[in-house]
Design a protein around this ligand. Structure first.
Ligand SMILES: [Zn+2]
Ligand SMILES: [Zn+2]
Length: 269
């Protein structure tokens, strides 16, 4: 398989349990020959005990980052928790009434929409099982379909290890209809059991059969893992996955899918 040129899912120190700076990740991407790196720190209940706009400055000030850095295109993203069976994202129902220095906003919006408006795209993922335990498959399906409907959500993150019951085909076909992406996550192969690996492979096979676009993310939590797709790439090779369905194979193919999906106009690119 040709080398994949984009890493669509990476974390920095701002995720609190990750260990590299954004520049270390960008340099690692450049060294591995990537054309594009998306920085997608957690936007999640796992970070802070309370929810306040001040905690999420690392997300909404990403316009401070150069678009091109050490020869790599940098996209501004996040990995948002799906917080309920309706597919709402973290920050839903939390009004942002004031800015980080305490000045009142005239137009109050919810935190999820506020954060979304500042980013190129979001990955929607399940972390933890408190709201998904015992959830019927029909609800899990609805949850993922609704998450895909959120305007800034481009990618469903690591659905192969979410331990949520859902019907695969309707979710994959919804992604296809919206020009959005199902993630194949390298980290799932490292941390997952045999069942998880089998599930990831089944999802990839079905994406291939149904013509659903996928993105490859390392989910790197340290810079040396950026751009390393060894296990996912080997699996895709084995199942003869159609290369044209890998949206993240090049910078141009990935940016084109983002534009087509309507998620972002990619200002400055
Ligand atoms: Zn995740
Ligand atoms: Zn992640």
């Amino acid at each position: 398989m040709d080398r994949i040129k984009c890493d669509t899912h990476t974390h920095t120190l701002y995720s609190r349990h990750a260990y590299s700076t954004i520049e270390e990740n960008v340099r690692a991407a450049a060294e591995r020959g990537l054309e594009l790196l998306a920085t997608t720190d957690h936007y999640s209940q796992m970070l802070y005990p309370d929810v306040h706009i001040r905690h999420y400055q690392y997300l909404f000030n990403q316009t401070a980052l150069p678009r091109h850095w050490h020869g790599v295109t940098v996209l501004r993203g996040c990995e948002a928790d799906i917080i309920d069976g309706e597919g709402h994202l973290f920050g839903h129902g939390i009004p942002v009434e004031e800015n980080i220095v305490g000045m009142r906003y005239e137009n109050v919006q919810d935190l999820d929409r506020f954060i979304a408006s500042k980013l190129d795209y979001m990955i929607a993922s399940i972390h933890g099982t408190s709201h998904t335990e015992g959830m019927p498959a029909a609800q899990g399906t609805k949850m993922y379909i609704n998450a895909l409907a959120q305007e800034k959500v481009l990618i469903l993150g690591h659905i192969g290890r979410s331990s949520v019951k859902f019907e695969l085909d309707p979710v994959l076909l919804e992604a296809k209809a919206r020009n959005k992406l199902i993630e194949l996550n390298e980290h799932s192969f490292d941390m997952g059991s045999g069942d998880t690996v089998r599930r990831c492979r089944q999802i990839a096979c079905r994406c291939g059969e149904l013509g659903v676009l996928v993105s490859l993310g390392t989910d790197a939590h340290v810079s040396c893992d950026v751009g390393r797709f060894g296990k996912v790439a080997a699996m895709l090779e084995e199942i003869h996955f159609p290369k044209e369905l890998i949206a993240s194979r090049t910078r141009e193919s990935f940016l084109e899918v983002i534009r087509k999906s309507g998620v972002s106009e990619l200002e400055g690119l």
